[in-house]
Design a protein around this ligand. Structure first.
Ligand code: NDP
Length: 344
């Protein structure tokens, strides 16, 4: 009943169909529906927006994460007020998204009242993309910045050993007559999954993605996976990744990527760490000039279009529209693999 139409190599699903499928897999393994729902939704949105690396293919990894000895399938996070501008929520070793959704209920009114507000999420297992969280904030007319460390897979510029995480940074700017300006990427030169895909397909990777265990540049994906990844932009990406370690780590009582890796202790679970969420209220910060400020931002975006440059997320929004009219095309091999998880 999930598939609307079968093609030869793909199955066409609705957003609700993907959510149902993900919910079946996650809850049959004992994850509480409250924990599973936001995770299943995020996967469905990733499929809808053609961000496949964070879609259904994450499900087997989610089950691995739930086998970490500290994972809490029934975590029931409650936000706590730290100050007029700051909210903290202890995810209690469950997934990050339920904690985010509950924390958002305090973050948004505080940002509206104070001009800027911070949500610190602690003790969350985390493997999702950050743009769904960014969009949940920009929907309230707020700008947003989110970051988190991960596992220590990345060497610093000039170094040879992995000590930094893949450390994503995501940003969103609300727009009136358009979907928000959003970017969301890791500070590593390439995603770890992308390097693993090259290894699986026996393909070399570009120079600059990583080094081998001796710290030598290499195009061999296997050598990088057992050596170290590199950041984008040399010393600049390395410093940004370090900033993420500090702001979403020690600043808010969370672990560094090195500590997250030690906590994993070989379980191969998603990183368990803290996440920093900051919301800004343009209406309060801009005051009487807020309309002028929005117009200046729009003029900047228009200047991209004039020279044929696209904004980040435009590809994603186009995919979203396509999914509304055509449904979500899921690779049949992946679909069958996920169904076998339900049956098993
Ligand atoms: P990419 O290098 O693919 O960059 C993605 C971002 O850049 C998107 O916003 C994308 O928009 C934009 N973009 C890509 N190409 C262009 C272009 N030509 N012009 C303008 N904008 C462009 O992302 P990563 O592989 O580094 O990260 C992918 C995902 O992985 C992210 O969602 C990130 O949050 C997630 N991640 C999560 C981690 C975690 O710990 N939870 C760790 C690491 C990564 P568009 O989508 O429209 O193409």
């Amino acid at each position: 009943e999930l598939n609307l139409q079968d093609a030869r190599d793909e199955v066409v699903l609705s957003v609700e169909g993907v959510i149902d499928l993900a919910m079946k897999v996650l809850t049959q393994d004992g994850l509480s529906p409250a924990q599973a729902q936001p995770l299943a939704r995020a996967m469905a949105w990733a499929e809808r927006d053609d961000c496949r690396s964070h879609g259904l293919q994450r499900l087997p990894g989610c089950l691995d994460t739930m086998r970490h000895p500290r994972f809490n399938r029934n975590a029931d996070p409650i936000p706590e007020e730290v100050s007029a501008a700051v909210t903290r929520i202890d995810a209690d070793f469950g997934y990050s998204l339920l904690a985010f959704e509950r924390g958002l209920e305090m973050l948004v009114p505080k940002a509206k009242a104070m001009g800027v507000s911070i949500l610190a999420i602690n003790n969350c297992f985390h493997s999702t993309a950050l743009w769904p969280e960014i969009e949940a904030i920009t929907a309230h007319g707020l700008a947003a910045l989110i970051m988190n460390p991960s596992h220590s897979w990345v060497a610093p510029a000039g170094g040879t050993a992995p000590i930094l995480g893949t450390n994503p940074i995501a940003f969103g700017w609300p727009r009136k007559d358009h979907p928000p300006y959003v970017f969301d990427f890791a500070t590593s030169a390439a995603a770890r999954a992308e390097i693993a895909r090259h290894r699986k397909e026996n393909k070399p990777i570009p120079v600059g993605w990583g080094v081998d265990s001796e710290g030598r540049p290499t195009t061999d994906p296997a050598a990088v996976l057992s050596g170290a990844m590199l950041t984008f932009g040399g010393h600049k990406g390395s410093a940004l990744a370090t900033m993420v370690e500090l702001l979403a780590g020690p600043l808010i009582g969370g672990p560094t990527s090195l500590q997250s890796m030690a906590f994993d202790a070989g379980a191969k679970a998603a990183p368990c760490h803290a996440e920093l969420v900051i919301a800004f209220n343009p209406a309060l910060l801009g005051g009487e000039t807020v309309e002028h400020n929005h117009a200046a931002a729009e003029a900047l975006f228009a200047a991209f279009g004039v020279q044929g440059a696209r904004l980040p997320s435009e590809r994603r929004y186009r995919a979203r529209q396509r999914s509304v009219t055509e449904g979500i095309r899921v690779d049949r091999e992946l679909y069958d693999r996920i169904l076998s998880l339900v049956a098993g």
